[in-house]
Each structure stands twice: as structure tokens, then as C-alpha cells.
Design a protein around this ligand. Structure first.
Ligand code: C2O
Ligand code: CU
Ligand code: CU
Length: 529
């Protein structure tokens, strides 16, 4: 069925109300439930999973430094609505089919509240994973005001749980940001972009098998694919919605919550975006852009000014990114090339909002402050079933700890990508900064394992100079990031945020460890240069 674009109005997820609030903490309860959701006027209701029976989940609105406690309750059935691949890590025959654990993406929280993939739980906590720690999660919010998002992170089925609908927004605000007088209230709108496919009866389509060459006789009936892309673009839970906008400035908090799809966003009116924030907070200065490339799990905070447009005018938000990014299929301009439509109407009042030339101070880390540099290689191989297998440093998820940054220490991580595709690499606990991308000789690397740079370091573009928790790792490049770990010690993960990669096996645990005796700890002076 071909769905008609721009027939449903853009919904805005409602703000979640706390169960209880006192001086010490704000307490929420959030239930994961199975229910039916209308993705499009002409589509029958779709069975989905969502937080509080909503797609996307309700939005948290919290203040910087507010102490937030959340009881995440699993009220889902014990049968999955999507095909579970039993050959993946953590999905063996003794593991329950439906498991959940919630991660607040981009937040700096204690490990016990981070939603470690093995800290899963089933309905009413009946069964818990091997690293289950606590029921009520604690978020301290001692970070820059920004757009975070919460989503499921259960081992081996994250791609299915997020695709089923388990994702929502979490916004941190503070006084400094309020005083900037950016567009706010009804003029500040989140846009959660996902791609889905539907069966004719309205149910969610997710592939249950994959083509491989020479499959072994025990090839699984249900298999993970190297990456899912849907044929329908959904914003805030509606397929190709429209939004009436007044002739004035709007702030859009854009999240790419898709499994694999990158988007190259632009407005077909030729207007520019004014990007004011990245994953982890406001940028130092606004950046004007014709196009924005947003990878899975990244957020971009933009202002769009419709005041120069005529009433009645229709402006499409479009996508030109290929999938897999950026060498695969180009999007179809009539379907996956469309995201949503803005319809300009008259202003109801004066637009007094502003976009100040200076937003916030961002202190750049100094490369000389780094204690050490680590290499993380993004590897492609085949698994025992001959399926494509993506790994980090050629180890799988259960392959032991190899990264142990010291608490409060600054490190440089080099993501080495000898493959063909971009991978959005995400590190838990920290907001980091992008140092540069440096081209290297892939053939020499594959033959000898040595990294020889073939060109000058490319500085990150202006809109990547703010706080980031996910970085687009370009093929044939070493992408260098710099981060300060802490203040918590303990176990976290880093991974590719293409969800099919993360589930199979492009995710690794790491430990933030107590500081060693400074005399034993040698400062590295190579810093990857
Ligand atoms: Cu948004 Cu570890 O993930
Ligand atoms: Cu995360
Ligand atoms: Cu990947």
C-alpha cells in the first residue's frame, strides 16, 4: 500500500508528570505496555510497544541538577511482536524472549542506572539479567541543558525493542538557556524521526531472515540482518506528517531514532537551518547550514525562521542520504526522500524570540591533557553462519574488558574505520568533543595493521564543535575524539548505534576505574599524531 504523505498532523509527545516531588528528588513511574497505534490515516492500527502506551514515549522535562528517580516497569507480554534471533549474544534458549532495560542516552549517570545491556528484567521483575542492580534508576542531571533520549537497551534485542516503539525524549533545561530567549512553548517542537515498514494488515514489518552465501546447514530460521531500513518515514509516530507553522521562528529538537538510516536533511524552500545545539548541549555560536546529516541516535537542535515565507506556502523537510550511508541506495524522492511538511500560516502574535550570537561557553579539551590514546578499530568479518559481522577491536561483546579509563582522566580515542560505511560510534557516560578525521591508507592497514595517514587532519565542521555523545566515523578515516571520564566508576558500554550492529556484536563493555598511583600512570605523549 502506498500511503499518502502529509495527511496527518504532527503530534507532539505529552510531557510526563511526576508521581511525587519533594525537595530531595522528583519521582516518576513509567510503564512499558503493548497497545495499538495509528501511524497513518489510511493504515489499520498497529500493534506496538511503548512507554506509557505512547509512541514516542512521553517527554521528561527536568531542570539541570534536579535529582530524578524513575521506576521503569515492564508490563509487556512474554512473547515478542518481532522476530527474535536466538543465535545472538544474550538470546540463548534459556534467556526469556522479552527482556527490557532502559538507557538514558547521553546522560552521565552511575553505572547501576545506566541500563547496562545485561541488567535486563522481564515483566514485574520476575526474571533479571546477570548484572541486574536496581529497580529505581537515579539521574542527577549535572550536565548541560540539552535533548537526551531514553530507549531500550536489552542485550541482543535492542533493535527490536526500539523498533517496536520503546523510545522517548528527555529534556534538561536551565536558567541560562531560558534567558537566551530562544523560541519556546508551542514554538519549540521535538521531531523524532524513524523509518518503519508495515504489512498490509497494519502490523510492523521487520525482516526475519537474511541472504548469505553458502549458509551452513544449521542456519537459523530467524536471523539478524546487517541493517534495517523502512520504506515509510515517521515523525513523532506519524507517517509523513504536516505541521502548521506561523510566520516566525521555531525551535526544533531533532532526534534520529532510526535503526540504521542516516538522514541528510534540507528544506525544499532553500532556507537554512540555524543549528544551536548538538547531542550534549548548546553550541558556542549558532551555525547556519543548508543541510544537516544526522546519524542514528544523534540530536540536532535547530531554529528555522519562517517569517520570510508567504502564508499558504508549503515547505517540505527532505532527505537525500543513501542507505547504507553513504554508498547504498539513494532515497526515493516521493517516499523515503520526504520527512514532513511545514504549512505556513499567519502569525498570531509578535515574535519576540531571539537567536543570540553567543549561546554558551564551551571549554575545548586540550590534547596535551590526555593521559592516553586508545585505538578502536571498526572491523568487518563473517560469523559462523557466514553472516556479515561487525566487531570492535576484533572482539565480541563478551570478549572481556580492554578499555579502563581512569576516573577524571582525559583520553583520546581513535576510531579506525577501514570499511565502506559510516558507523555512528556512541560512548556511554561521557559527552566528548570531536578532534578531527584523518584519512589513512586502508590497504596498508589491512595488510599490516599499521595506520599510515595519507592526508592532513580534517577539522570537524562548525556544527560538530559542541558536546557530542555519538560521532559519525567516516570510511577510510581515523576519527579522533577526546573525553573526560568520571565522576562515576564502574561498567559501561560503547558501541555502534546502528542497532543491528550493536546487537551483533559491535558493542563492547568498558570500565571506568579508580585513579591509579599517579607515579605508575604514564602520560602518553604520542596522542595519535
Ligand atoms: Cu542510545 Cu548505548 O545507546
Ligand atoms: Cu547511550
Ligand atoms: Cu555500525
Amino acid at each position: 500500500m502506498v500511503l499518502k504523505p502529509f495527511v496527518d498532523a504532527l503530534p507532539v509527545p505529552r510531557v510526563l508528570k511526576p508521581k511525587d516531588k519533594n525537595r530531595d528528588r522528583t519521582y516518576y513511574e513509567v510503564e512499558m505496555r503493548e497497545f495499538f497505534h495509528k501511524f497513518h490515516r489510511d493504515l489499520p492500527p498497529t500493534k506496538v510497544w511503548g512507554y506509557e502506551g505512547q509512541i514516542p514515549g512521553p517527554t521528561f522535562e527536568v531542570d539541570q541538577f534536579e535529582k530524578v528517580h524513575v521506576l521503569w516497569k515492564n508490563k509487556l507480554p512474554d512473547k515478542h511482536i518481532l522476530p527474535v534471533d536466538r543465535t545472538l549474544h544474550g538470546c540463548g534458549e534459556h534467556d526469556p524472549e522479552v527482556r527490557t532495560v532502559v538507557h538514558l542516552h547521553g546522560a552521565n549517570v552511575e553505572p547501576e542506572s545506566d541500563g547496562y545491556p545485561d541488567a535486563w528484567f522481564t515483566q514485574d521483575f520476575e526474571k533479571c539479567g546477570p548484572r541486574f542492580f536496581r529497580k529505581v534508576y537515579k539521574y542527577d542531571n549535572f550536565q548541560e541543558p540539552t535533548t537526551l533520549w531514553y530507549h531500550d537497551h536489552a542485550i541482543g534485542i535492542t533493535r527490536l525493542n526500539v523498533y517496536a516503539g520503546l523510545a522517548g525524549l528527555y529534556i534538561i533545561r536551565n536558567e541560562h538557556e531560558r534567558l537566551l530567549n530562544l523560541p519556546s512553548g508551542v514554538y519549540e517542537i521535538p521531531l523524532v524521526i524513524q523509518d518503519k515498514s508495515f504489512n498490509p494488515d497494519g502490523s510492523l514489518f521487520y525482516p526475519s531472515t537474511v541472504d548469505v552465501q553458502n549458509p551452513p546447514p544449521d542456519f537459523p530460521d530467524v536471523s539478524v540482518t546487517p541493517g534495517f531500513t523502512g520504506n515509510t518515514i515517521v515523525v513523532n509516530g506519524k507517517a509523513w506528517p504536516y505541521l502548521e507553522v506561523e510566520r516566525r521562528k521555531y525551535r526544533f529538537r531533532i532526534l534520529n531514532a532510526s535503526n540504521q538510516r542516516f538522514y541528510r536533511l534540507s528544506l525544499d524552500s532553500g532556507q537554512q537551518f540555524i543549528q544551536i545545539g548538538s547531542d550534549g548541549g548548546l553550541m558556542q555560536r549558532p551555525v547556519k547550514l543548508d543541510e544537516i546529516i544526522i546519524a542514528p541516535s544523534e540530536r540536532v537542535d535547530v531554529v528555522v525562521d519562517f517569517s520570510g515565507q508567504k502564508t499558504g506556502c508549503k515547505i517540505n523537510l527532505v532527505n537525500t542520504a543513501r542507505t547504507p550511508f553513504d554508498f547504498g541506495e539513494p532515497p526515493d524522492p516521493l517516499t523515503t526522500g520526504l520527512i514532513m511538511q511545514f504549512r505556513v500560516i499567519e502569525r498570531t502574535s509578535e515574535d519576540t524570540s531571539t537567536v543570540p550570537e553567543f549561546l554558551t561557553k564551551i571549554k575545548r579539551y586540550n590534547e596535551d591533557d590526555a593521559y592516553r590514546m586508545r585505538d578502536i578499530t571498526l572491523d568487518v568479518t563473517n560469523d559462523m553462519y557466514n553472516r556479515l559481522l561487525f566487531l570492535l577491536n576484533n572482539r565480541d561483546y563478551y570478549g572481556g574488558i580492554t578499555e579502563e579509563p581512569g576516573v577524571d582522566e582525559v583520553e583520546i580515542w581513535r576510531f579506525v574505520n577501514p570499511g565502506l560505511a559510516f558507523h555512528p560510534m556512541h560512548v556511554h557516560q561521557v559527552q566528548f568533543q570531536v578532534l578531527d578525521r584523518i584519512p589513512f591508507d586502508v590497504n596498508e592497514y589491512v595488510a599490516t595493521g599499521r595506520i599510515r595517514y595519507t592526508g592532513e587532519p580534517e577539522d570537524p565542521p562548525a556544527n560538530e564543535r559542541g558536546w557530542k555523545d555519538t560521532v559519525q566515523c567516516a570510511p577510510g578515516h581515523v576519527t579522533r575524539i577526546i573525553a573526560k571520564f568520571g565522576p562515576f566508576t564502574g561498567r559501561y558500554v560503547y558501541h555502534c548505534h546502528i542497532l543491528e550492529h550493536e546487537d551483533h556484536d559491535m558493542m563492547r563493555p568498558f570500565d571506568v576505574v579508580a585513579k591509579l598511583d599517579p607515579c605508575n600512570r604514564k602520560k602518553c605523549d604520542c596522542r595519535g599524531k
